[in-house]
Design a protein around this ligand. Structure first.
Ligand code: NAG
Ligand code: NAG
Length: 212
């Protein structure tokens, strides 16, 4: 993709951060989709479906997924997350991204991109200011390596789409995004595989205290 050609990468500690900083710095030269002039907006996610990958064996169960409408117009997700075996660390994250115009039927979706990270995944998962940060932080008990095989609860979880915006998932709010997130263990087993359909929605930001 064109924004991978940046020459202004800032070397950082992990492979992912390296890529991330490249993306962000190259995006500074590209107009970012925004709301009406002068109106401050933010992207929130409306989820159409979050489930375990149907076509792949993995080492966790996802149960009782439910959705709650948030004050800001986005959706919050509740779910039970059970890892079936302990996992000492993760080796790779793969995110397959398709985008869908007008609906989520397979004939409306097309391949968009694929992200793969394979450096320092355990620290990456708990790094602040990533698209997944609020999601990881809302999991109780805490989700970090090593991952014991215990029940965890996701309560009011959501992604932080501001980063998607600055990474240049362009016109992000015109599509429904069909993403598959894979976490591979250090033993090269597919530990976690989740599909997530979401539609970013650009909503006005409210002054603190006010509601829509
Ligand atoms: C999951 O949902 C089922 C059906 O509503 C309920 O019986 C069960 O107690 C729930 N599990 C947990 C752990 O809340
Ligand atoms: C989750 O969000 C709902 C709706 O905004 C709220 O009523 C509830 O208190 C929240 N729960 C927690 C644990 O934050």
């Amino acid at each position: 993709m064109s924004f991978m050609r940046s020459t202004t990468c800032v070397p950082m500690t992990t492979g992912l951060l390296f890529v991330w900083v490249c993306l962000c710095s190259s995006m500074l030269r590209v107009p970012v989709a925004s709301g009406a002039q002068g109106l401050k907006t933010k992207l929130v996610a409306k989820y159409y479906g979050i489930e375990k990958c149907k076509d792949k064996e993995s080492l966790f169960h996802f149960a009782n997924v439910s959705y709650v409408l948030h004050d800001d117009g986005g959706t919050l997700v509740n779910a039970i997350l059970d890892f079936l075996v302990p996992i000492s660390s993760f080796k790779t994250i793969v995110v397959n991204i398709n985008r869908c115009a007008g609906g989520v039927a397979s004939n409306l979706c097309e391949y968009y991109t694929r992200w793969t990270w394979s450096t320092a995944i355990c620290s990456l998962l708990v790094t602040k200011n990533m698209i997944w940060t609020p999601w990881v932080e809302c999991i109780k008990p805490t989700f970090k390596c090593p991952v014991p095989a215990i029940r965890r609860y996701c309560t009011n979880c959501s992604l932080d789409l501001r980063l998607a915006d600055s990474m240049g998932l362009r016109f992000v709010d015109k599509y429904i995004w069909d993403t598959e997130i894979q976490l591979w263990s250090e033993r090269n087993q597919l530990a976690f595989c989740m599909t997530m359909y979401f539609e970013p929605q650009r909503v006005p930001t409210h002054k603190s205290g006010s509601k829509s």
